[in-house]
Design a protein around this ligand. Structure first.
Ligand SMILES: Cc1cc2nc3c(=O)[nH]c(=O)nc-3n(C[C@H](O)[C@H](O)[C@H](O)COP(=O)(O)OP(=O)(O)OC[C@H]3O[C@@H](n4cnc5c(N)ncnc54)[C@H](O)[C@@H]3O)c2cc1C
Length: 487
């Protein structure tokens, strides 16, 4: 067994920086304290520590960077735009990892409009991809609210969702093939663009792997036709309970809308002050429902949804008059997390899923948890698939507040699981929920997940400490290998 590597010495860092600089180019390898600080966290509340940050531009450079990390016995963390909310891209562990950032790998490599397939580099931003293929009448269907800034590589790693994933499915339904730099520095292709690729679905295993199985360097995505007709409805309710019951009612009526989102009174107030979209600020809850498809079908579905909403107590139901009004409503929904800064400087955005039929009671329990912990909480979420996003708003400078936020977060999680739900709908487990995995998985389940992960990364060098409760790295204990040993 080789010598265990401790915290980095200046000389060790300098050697790592030098070798990474030779593998990429020196200007794309950074180790100054300010940049290390920037890349020490994602959009969650969790901060870690990076040893070096590097910015490759190609598959070859990613592979070369990984091989340098292995030679120096350093773990590494793949990172896209850093908008993750579970600490997935936060460098963690006793050996500060190298952060491999894909933001300079932002080219759309090929669009085959006939086959409805695009090959992209992982750093392409979600919305940029949809904008680029719009002239072909196509789009990339997963639409996280962060789509202006999150990367397709991050979407793949977190199997991200978004408002329109209710109808179109989350990211895994839109990824055909992945070129991956494996944790040993070799390059492989998972999946394929043929309708039925041979062999095990390792593509499916990698999607949602939260960057623990390698770095995706090229991604073949499925493109979806833009719907010919869209109708967006805005309904306001006097109680949260009636709005939640209406969500169940719409699906029970046999309509699967493209999107079915809910905002409570706290969120409506801050969003309206931000976008001035005419949202009803005296409502206890608002539903945003979108149906799409062929014109005749959309008209019939709109009428059906409106009847169900009114039947469940909606005071008013409006249909967006034109694309501008529709865009304004969606701007409000998608900028809700930013708008919350009007209340307090920090927020903790929770993410868990409950069966739709339990929405009413779970929302009431979440409200009680916030009150018990003396916290302000808003709800804005993908109601159609039961994906709750309780949003706790606070000022972390007030002593004791962060502790209360964490306690409330844990209580919300336990409530959702007790209602038959699961830990995450879309943000992933990362560091945030790693130690809650045993709420839903037995030891044998966790062991099976570990085996799969170790099949990709036997030494735990790729994004260590994440997802699994005992996700520690043996990277620093490896035998010291000569340069090029992994080539
Ligand atoms: C305001 C706001 C709204 C959001 N709304 C949504 C939403 O509606 N739906 C949703 O699902 N999420 C949402 N998110 C969370 C986040 O935007 C998504 O998880 C997104 O997919 C992360 O992409 P990223 O490029 O920022 O990834 P990062 O945060 O950089 O990384 C996320 C994970 O992916 C891994 N990773 C990144 N790139 C690669 C790669 N090339 N290969 C392998 N692993 C990689 C990282 O190691 C990490 O584990 C929201 C976040 C914010 C801040």
């Amino acid at each position: 067994m080789g010598q265990t590597v401790g915290p980095m010495t200046d000389a060790a860092t300098a050697a790592l920086v030098r070798d990474l600089g030779e593998a990429l180019e020196p200007s794309r390898v950074r180790a100054d304290p300010i940049e290390l600080g920037l890349y020490a966290r994602d959009a969650s509340l969790i901060t870690g520590q990076a040893s070096v940050v590097c910015f490759p531009t190609s598959t070859e450079e990613v592979a070369a960077a990984v091989r340098v990390c292995r030679r120096h016995r350093r773990p590494f963390v793949p990172r896209g735009s850093g908008t993750g909310l579970a600490g997935g891209a936060t460098p963690a562990g006793p050996l500060p990892p190298v952060v491999i950032v894909t933001t300079k790998m932002n080219r759309i490599l090929d669009v085959d409009a006939d086959q409805r397939v695009a090959w992209v580099q992982p750093g392409v931003l979600n919305l940029d991809l949809s904008r680029a293929v719009a002239p072909f009448g196509l789009h990339f269907a997963p639409d996280p609210s962060s789509q202006q800034s999150c990367s397709v590589g991050g979407n793949v790693a977190n199997n991200s969702g978004g408002p329109h994933c209710l109808l179109y499915g989350v990211t895994t339904a839109h990824v055909l093939a992945l070129e991956v730099v494996l944790p040993d520095g070799s390059v492989t292709l998972l999946g394929g663009v043929d309708p039925e690729p041979d062999g095990l679905d390792l593509r499916g295993a990698f999607v949602g792997g939260e960057g623990t199985m390698g770095v995706a360097t090229r991604i073949a995505v499925r493109l979806t036709p833009l719907p010919p007709q869209v109708a967006t409805l805005l309904a306001d309710f006097p109680t949260m309970g009636e709005a939640a019951a209406a969500v169940t009612g719409v699906i029970a009526a046999g309509v699967i809308p493209a999107a079915l989102e809910m905002m409570d009174a706290t969120m409506v107030e801050v969003v309206e002050a931000y976008v001035h979209a005419g949202l009803p600020t005296d409502a206890a809850a608002v539903l945003l429902v979108e149906v799409d498809g062929l014109a005749g079908g959309v008209a019939a579905q709109t009428a059906r949804v409106e009847a169900v909403l009114r039947g469940h107590g909606a005071r008013t139901v409006r249909v967006a008059a034109d694309p501008e009004e529709r865009a304004l409503w969606w701007k409000g929904r998608k900028s809700a997390f930013g708008a919350i800064a009007r209340i307090a400087p920090n927020y903790y955005l929770h993410d868990c899923v409950v069966p739709r039929t339990r929405l009413v009671e779970v929302l009431a329990a979440v409200g009680r948890i916030a009150a018990d912990h003396d916290l302000v909480l808003g709800n804005v979420f993908h109601a159609g698939d039961g994906n709750l996003h309780p949003l706790i708003v606070f000022d972390r400078r007030v002593p004791g507040t962060l502790e209360r936020v964490h306690k409330a977060g844990r209580a919300i999680l336990e409530t959702c699981v007790a209602a038959g739900g699961c830990l995450s709908g879309e943000h992933g487990i990362g560091l945030e929920k790693r130690d809650a995995m045993d709420l839903v998985f037995a030891g044998a389940d966790l062991e099976a997940q570990r085996w799969l992960r170790e099949a990709f990364d036997p030494d735990g060098c790729c994004n260590p400490e994440k997802v699994l409760p005992r996700g520690g790295s043996r990277c620093g204990d490896l035998e010291e290998l000569p340069a090029g040993a992994w080539v």
